[in-house]
Write a protein that binds this ligand. Structure first.
Ligand code: MG
Length: 379
C-alpha cells in the first residue's frame, strides 16, 4: 500500500473508531501534517498483513495477520510504529484502535519522557501490549531521529555482533510445496520449524534431505507429555538442532523444569513470558527467553528484559510476529544482545510498507539510519 492509500485507509480507520486523538482524516488529503506544535500527535490505521504462505501452527492455520500502523508526529518529525496482533495474543484491530483512541499523547511535549508515557499508558488500561508497543516504537523512532542516531548505537551495541536470523519453514502435506518452502529458506543460515503437529519428524527429515543448516525448533506448547518431549529433544539433538522453544504448555512449569534438567538442548520460553517481571519466573524452568516487542510493550521494556535475562545467566532470543519491516527493524536494534534471532516476520508478508533491516549472508544487518532505521516505501 502506498502512502496515499494508507492515509485514505487511515481516514476509514479513524471513522471506525469514532474518535482518535488526531484522526488521519485531518490530513488525509495531504502528506503535510498539522498536529499541535511542540506536542506528540498520534495517528493510526488498520493494515492487514498478507502472508506469502499459510502459517501452520500447533493449534491453528492462518493467511493474514491483523495489524495497526501508527505514526507520532512531533515538531515536523514522524516516528513510525506498529502493532501486530496474531490471534493467540488476544489483541485485535478493535482492541488496539480502541486503546489508541483513548490515549491523549497531546498532553506530552517531550518524546524523551518515555518512562512517564509508559506509566500513563499502564494507567489508561492494563494489557494492550501490542498497542503500547506501537506507541513505544514510534517514540523510539522519534527520539533516535532527534538525536540523529540509530538505537543500537544509543544502547552502545556493536551491530557486527548481530546474529544470523532463522527463517521459518512450516510443514506442508504436499511434497512439492514442502520442497518449495525449504528452498525458500536456502539463503538463511538457520532454519526454524514449528512443531507440535502430527508430522514433526517428517518435516525435520525433509529439511535434512536438503540442507545441513542448524534447525531451531518451536513447539508452540504442542508437547503435553514430558517423557515424549525429552525423547524428542534427544532425537532433535542428533539432527543438528540448536534449541527447543516452548516445548510444553506454558502452565506446565514443573514438567518444563523436569525437561530442562534432562534435555541436551536448551529450552527457551516464548508463550510463557510476556514482560519484565516474567523473566525471573522463567529462570525456574527455562534456559532462555524469547523477547518480542509485541509482548514486551516495545523497545523500552525489551531492552530491560535482555539485560535482566543476561544478569540471570539466561540465553536471549529475539523474535517477532508477522510484522512489516517497521516492527522487525525496531527489534533488530537490540539484536547484538541476542544469542539467537528470529527476525523473519517481514519476509513472510507480501505487503511490506517499509524499507528496513536486511539479511545479508543470513545475518541481521541493521540499517545505518537514525531512530528505528526504516523508510516508508513509495508506491
Ligand atoms: Mg514461539
Amino acid at each position: 500500500m502506498n502512502r496515499r492509500k494508507f492515509l485514505q485507509t487511515s481516514a476509514l480507520g479513524a471513522m471506525m473508531t469514532a474518535v482518535s486523538p488526531i484522526s488521519f482524516s485531518a490530513y488525509g488529503k495531504s502528506t503535510v501534517k498539522t498536529g499541535t506544535p511542540g506536542r506528540l500527535n498520534l495517528s493510526f490505521a488498520p493494515y492487514e498483513l498478507q502472508l506469502k504462505h499459510a502459517f501452520n501452527l500447533a493449534k491453528s492455520q492462518r493467511t493474514t495477520t491483523p495489524d495497526v500502523q501508527v505514526e507520532i508526529e512531533y515538531d515536523g518529525l514522524t516516528g513510525y510504529g506498529e502493532a501486530s496482533m496474531p490471534p493467540y495474543l488476544g489483541e485485535s484491530v478493535a482492541t488496539v484502535t480502541s486503546f489508541l483512541s483513548g490515549l491523549d499523547l497531546n498532553q506530552f511535549n517531550d518524546p524523551f519522557r518515555i518512562e512517564e508515557i509508559h506509566d500513563y499508558m499502564e494507567k489508561v488500561a492494563p494489557g494492550n501490549r501490542a498497542a503500547k508497543a506501537a506507541v513505544d516504537i514510534a517514540l523510539h523512532d522519534l527520539m533516535g531521529k532527534i538525536m540523529r542516531q540509530p538505537w543500537y548505537k544509543i544502547w552502545g551495541l556493536d551491530p557486527s555482533k548481530a546474529p544470523c536470523t532463522s527463517f521459518t519453514v512450516s510443514y506442508d502435506a504436499n511434497p512439492t510445496e514442502q520442497k518449495a518452502k525449504i528452498e525458500e529458506a536456502s539463503p538463511y543460515k538457520v532454519i526454524k520449524v514449528k512443531m507440535g503437529l502430527d508430522h514433526d519428524k517428517e518435516l525435520v527429515e525433509a529439511i535434512r534431505r536438503s540442507t545441513d543448516a542448524p534447525i531451531c525448533v518451536d513447539a508452540n506448547q504442542g508437547w503435553n507429555v514430558k517423557e515424549a518431549a525429552l525423547e524428542m529433544c534427544h532425537w532433535l539433538n542428533d539432527r543438528g538442532c540448536l534449541f527447543v522453544e516452548q516445548p510444553m504448555p506454558k502452565d506446565m512449569i514443573d514438567e518444563t523444569a523436569w525437561l530442562r534438567e534432562r534435555s541436551p538442548l536448551p529450552i527457551i520460553a516464548d508463550e510463557f513470558l510476556q514482560r519484565l517481571p516474567d523473566v525471573r519466573r522463567a529462570a525456574q524452568a527455562y534456559d532462555g527467553i524469547n523477547i518480542k516487542l509485541m509482548k514486551s510493550t516495545g523497545m523500552h521494556e525489551a531492552y530491560k528484559m535482555a539485560v535482566h535475562a543476561k544478569a540471570l545467566g539466561m540465553k536471549v532470543m529475539l523474535g517477532c510476529m508477522t510484522e512489516t519491516s517497521c516492527g522487525v527493524t525496531a527489534a533488530a536494534q537490540l539484536s547484538p544482545m541476542a544469542d539467537w534471532a528470529d527476525l523473519d516476520g517481514n519476509l513472510l508478508i507480501a505487503n511490506d510498507r517499509f524499507d528496513g533491516l536486511k539479511i545479508v549472508d543470513g545475518k541481521v544487518t541493521i540499517p545505518d539510519r537514525p531512530g528505528i532505521g526504516v523508510l516508508p516505501l513509495k508506491a
